[in-house]
Design a protein around this ligand. Structure first.
Ligand code: SF4
Length: 351
């Protein structure tokens, strides 16, 4: 299939069915970058409020660079992969300190920036600076593998080179931004992962997957992430209306977010077993168990966490792990917290 065929057909489809998204009305690289990082985490509908919140709180890359990391994490709360929020913040600081607050204007220069990978560099270069460079995300892999019947495992290094080269051959060099938006929209709304709408598809007469009934087999992706099972026992310590929370350490999920005193085990424990924890034993005389929650399941891409919360009242704030500090409800509201903790707190303050 030639470029003369593919790009015009795709762009005609986009004219009719393309989505009108706020970040498509700007060529500001900062807004484009922000939207792309948010969309790597979530779908458009869920990502939109986050985009507006960030733009409002930090209208420029300099504002983001100067922000307190806690504030950045708090705004990111609910999107998951908090390391991305920290990287976003750090990259903003690099752009300000090393580039005078101005984004580099080419794909290759953008790639030199720590925290900006090939996908994001291609998105910024094409959407902000109209450079003819193709984006390659999950949607593009799916669309191209199906239309061209490519069976290369998209988790492999070989696939990256093969699909990048193909996408760059297909792109319309006169309108790279529109082409990139179009192919991503086509994957997101027409050639969707499950039950693509082949009967009404503009490519159905030339699509290999459609011709051979291989829509469900393409793209080929072999690598399966092993899911780690974890069991969290949260001790929610209350003293005179204030709750004990701590900042989570590095090198684990939710770094720098706040949660409660945590006891982790290889299974969910009952109170009898949990209360044998040595520190709980020493604090026994000052603690009263108020309530035990039902268990919550929180699924991350690579971990499945089952959690229970034990609400305990204490007669003193002494004797707890050093990292635990007591906060009033309005202070807690301002701390960045994992969604699991937010969900529990919503119920806690409601009851
Ligand atoms: S015919 Fe079906 S599989 Fe092929 S591009 Fe269209 S929607 Fe995707």
């Amino acid at each position: 299939m030639t470029n003369d065929f593919f790009a015009p057909k795709l762009l005609a489809w986009y004219d009719r069915y393309g989505r009108d998204l706020p970040w498509r009305h700007t060529t500001d690289p900062y807004c484009i970058w922000l939207s792309e990082i948010i969309l790597q985490q979530t779908r458009v509908v869920q990502g939109m409020p986050y985009y507006y919140k960030f733009i409002e709180a930090f209208p420029t890359v300099t504002d983001l660079a100067r922000a307190d990391e806690r504030e950045v994490l708090r705004l990111w709360q609910g999107l998951g992969y908090y390391s991305r929020a920290r990287n976003l913040h750090r990259t903003a600081q690099i752009i300000v300190t090393e580039y005078g607050g101005k984004f580099p204007q080419t794909y290759h220069e953008l790639l030199k920036l720590k925290g900006i990978g090939p996908y994001t560099a291609a998105a910024i270069a094409s959407f902000a600076f109209n450079e003819s460079v193709a984006v390659l995300d999950g949607n593009v892999y799916r669309v191209l593998s199906r239309i061209f019947g490519i069976e290369t495992d998209i988790a492999s290094h070989a696939a990256k080179a093969e699909f990048t080269s193909l996408a760059n051959q297909l792109i319309d060099p006169a309108q790279p931004a529109r082409f990139n938006h179009a192919i991503m929209d086509f994957g997101a709304t027409q050639c969707v992962p499950v039950s693509p709408q082949c009967m009404f598809c503009t490519f159905n007469t030339v699509c290999e997957a459609n011709a051979t009934g291989r829509q469900a087999q393409l793209p080929v992706k072999s690598k399966k992430t092993k899911v780690r099972e974890r069991y969290f026992h949260y001790l929610v310590i209350e003293h005179e209306g204030r709750l004990g929370l701590r900042e989570r350490p590095a090198k684990d999920v939710w770094t720098s977010m706040f949660d409660f005193w945590l006891v982790e085990d290889d299974r969910l424990l009952d109170w009898e077993t949990l209360s044998e924890h040595p520190l709980l034993q020493t604090l026994q005389s000052q603690l009263t168990l108020e309530q035990e929650s039902t268990s919550y399941t929180h699924v991350l891409s690579h971990q499945r966490i089952q959690a229970k919360f034990w609400h305990l009242k204490t007669s003193s704030e002494e004797g707890f792990p050093a990292e635990l500090h007591f906060y009033s409800p309005d202070k807690i509201e301002k701390l960045p917290k994992p969604v699991l903790v937010v969900n529990y707190l919503n119920q806690f303050f409601e009851s």
